[in-house]
Design a protein. Structure first.
Ligand SMILES: [Zn+2]
Ligand SMILES: [Zn+2]
Length: 75
């Protein structure tokens, strides 16, 4: 498993749509990896935005780097 090395165009992804808005449900992903997630851009109920505080903490936890470790070839 290799982690994506992108450090730009970072977005905070909801790991589970119904998983709430705290840090445990946040994953920092670059634009490419984010758009490759199965739930990205799906119509229907979209989760409420993370607060800026949670986004800041998630980015700090991730070291301002994409946290994607997917092997689907998105990075
Ligand atoms: Zn990425
Ligand atoms: Zn990826």
């Amino acid at each position: 498993m290799s982690r994506c090395t992108k450090k730009s165009n970072l977005e905070v992804h909801h790991v589970r749509r119904d998983g709430g808005n705290d840090l445990t449900n946040a994953q920092v992903l670059c634009k490419d990896c984010h758009s490759a997630t199965s739930t990205y851009g799906n119509p229907g109920k979209s989760p409420t935005q993370f607060t800026q505080d949670v986004k800041d903490k998630a980015l700090k936890r991730a070291g301002n780097q994409c946290e994607c470790t997917s092997v689907r070839g998105c990075h």
